[in-house]
Write a protein that binds this ligand. Structure first.
Ligand code: FE2
Length: 246
C-alpha cells in the first residue's frame, strides 16, 4: 500500500506508534520478576501500517449484550463481596470520546482468587462469580460495569508479595494499534508501595491508574461507584501493562 497518492493519504489520519516518555513501564523490570522471561532482547520491528491496521477493529455490536457488563448477574445467585459500579470515559489523545470501543475486564473475586487453573491461592472460589465482563462505550465514550471489589492476593514475586486490589482492562481504540492493556487500582491502597507492577510505571503517571470514589454515581443503599477515565494515547495516556498476568 505504498502507492497511495498524496491526496488520498491526506484523508487518512494514520495512528503512530507514539510512546510518550514518562508514562509506560519498561518491558523488562527486574523487580517484576517474570518480565525477565518475556521482555524482548532485540529492538522491536516497525510493522507497516496499512489499511487493516488503521481501520480496524470493527466490532459486531450484536455480540456484546448489556448483560455482559454486569458481573454480579452471570450465575444463579449473587457473588459474595462488596458490590461496586466501575465507570468512566474512554478518550483519545485529543480528548475526544471514543464511542463504540470494546472494553474488557477481568479480576479476582472478593477473596482474591481468580477462576483460572493456574491460580492455586488457597482462597475460596465463588460459584456465582466468573470475573470477566465486557461492554462497548456509548456515544460519549462512557463505559459502566457492575461487579464486586476484588480482593488482594499473594503472587510469589518476592517474599510476602501481595497485589493491591485491581481490575485488569483491555481496550481497543479506533485502530488495532490503539489497543491498551492496563490495570485499574483503588484509592489509597496500602499495598501500592510493595507492588512492583504498580511501581514499574513512572511515578508521574501512577495516579492515572487509580480510580476515584465517585459519590455522585454511587447508588444509595446499593453500591459505591468508582470513576476512571482512560486516555488511549498522548500526554494523558494511561500506562500500559507490561506483563500478562498477576
Ligand atoms: Fe491480577
Amino acid at each position: 500500500m505504498t502507492t497511495r497518492t498524496p491526496a488520498a493519504a491526506a484523508r487518512f489520519a494514520l495512528p503512530s506508534y507514539e510512546r510518550p516518555e514518562g508514562v509506560n513501564p519498561p518491558l523488562g523490570y527486574p523487580d517484576y520478576r517474570s518480565t525477565a522471561l518475556r521482555a524482548p532482547r532485540q529492538p522491536p520491528l516497525v510493522v507497516p501500517q496499512r489499511l487493516t491496521e488503521v481501520t480496524g477493529p470493527l466490532l459486531g455490536e450484536e455480540r456484546v449484550t448489556a448483560a455482559d457488563a454486569d458481573l454480579t448477574t452471570q450465575h444463579a445467585g449473587e457473588p459474595i463481596g462488596e458490590r461496586i459500579i466501575v465507570t468512566g470515559r474512554v478518550l483519545d489523545s485529543d480528548g475526544r470520546a471514543v464511542p463504540g470501543t470494546l472494553v474488557e475486564i477481568w479480576q479476582a473475586n472478593a477473596a482474591g482468587r481468580y477462576r483460572h487453573q493456574t491460580d492455586q491461592h488457597p482462597a475460596p472460589l465463588d460459584p456465582n462469580f466468573t470475573g470477566a465482563g465486557r461492554c462497548l462505550t456509548d456515544p460519549q465514550g462512557r463505559y459502566r460495569f457492575v461487579t464486586v471489589k476484588p480482593g488482594a492476593y499473594p503472587w510469589q514475586n518476592h517474599h510476602n508479595a501481595w497485589r493491591p486490589q485491581h481490575i485488569h482492562f483491555s481496550l481497543f481504540g479506533r485502530a488495532f494499534t490503539q489497543r491498551l492493556v492496563t490495570q485499574m487500582f483503588f484509592p489509597s491502597d496500602p499495598l501500592f508501595s510493595q507492588d512492583p507492577i504498580f511501581s514499574s510505571v513512572p511515578e508521574a503517571a501512577r495516579e492515572r491508574m487509580i480510580a476515584r470514589l465517585d459519590l455522585d454515581r454511587t447508588e444509595p443503599e446499593w453500591a459505591l461507584a468508582y470513576t476512571w477515565d482512560i486516555v488511549l494515547r498522548g500526554h494523558g495516556a494511561a500506562a500500559f501493562d507490561a506483563g500478562e498476568g498477576a
